[in-house]
Design a protein around this ligand. Sequence first.
Ligand code: AMP
Length: 262
Amino acid sequence: MITTWLYGPGEACSKMPGKMEAPWRLVLLGAPGVGKGTQAELLNEQLGACHLSTGDAFRAAAGRADCHLTPAMAEAMDYIRRGALVPDGTVWDMVRERGKCLHCPGGFILDGFPRTIHQAEALHGFLAEEGISLDAVIDYEMPLAQIVGRLSGRRVCAQCNAIFHVDDTGAPSRCDHCGGQLHHREDDRPESITVRMKVYENSTAPLIQYYQNLGLLVPVPASGSPKEIFARTVAALKRKRDPSCQQQDNFDRTSNAISALP
Ligand code: AMP
């Protein structure tokens, strides 16, 4: 359980991942709604690396009855509601405070962070100081028009954060996994979606070139089912670690299983 990431350094994780020989340290890029959260969960199951989402950490802060929000956090909630980016200083304070999560022995999957060049530079400096290096930055690619459709139909379980789509199941109201109530995120409403897409194009898309220049970028087409996208991700990561690996994807279509990464 990623308690430290969600609730801050005062809360220890109830279950620490075991030490990995070669833990994966990843950043997931891609427009909001492209499916980063779903892929991060699948990667977490497969690789053991912690799923660290800044959006989830903000929502956890907002949803805690016993949490007295600092003025910066209260202000952050206002930005989130409008679909705008929270100021870099507030985001970085939150990430830095949780810096030990970046030392997790199981590795990490950063989702939704960094979102600006400033944040990427802050992360780069921090990781260099701490002697940690990123293995890859996965960029999930999808035309923006397709993403808008996905976002407006997205429903999220209030209890376990599982993601559903109105298209998949008609109009679901309960979570398949835990029975929790599904809700429509305030920032998945049309007014906020438009703002978030503009913000993505202006502030976050430049990170693609930034990480390309650092030789870390791994582009992955994000169309198809979560399983198909995941299989592509796994194959791309394999090729990144071992460029001699020519395998296009290692999705076993007979068993539907995805063989473990080395
Ligand atoms: P997400 O769940 O990643 O879509 O994030 C939800 C919202 O939280 C975003 O629309 C932003 O308002 C805010 N947020 C999350 N991560 C960041 C970040 N790295 N920089 C700025 N704002 C963020």
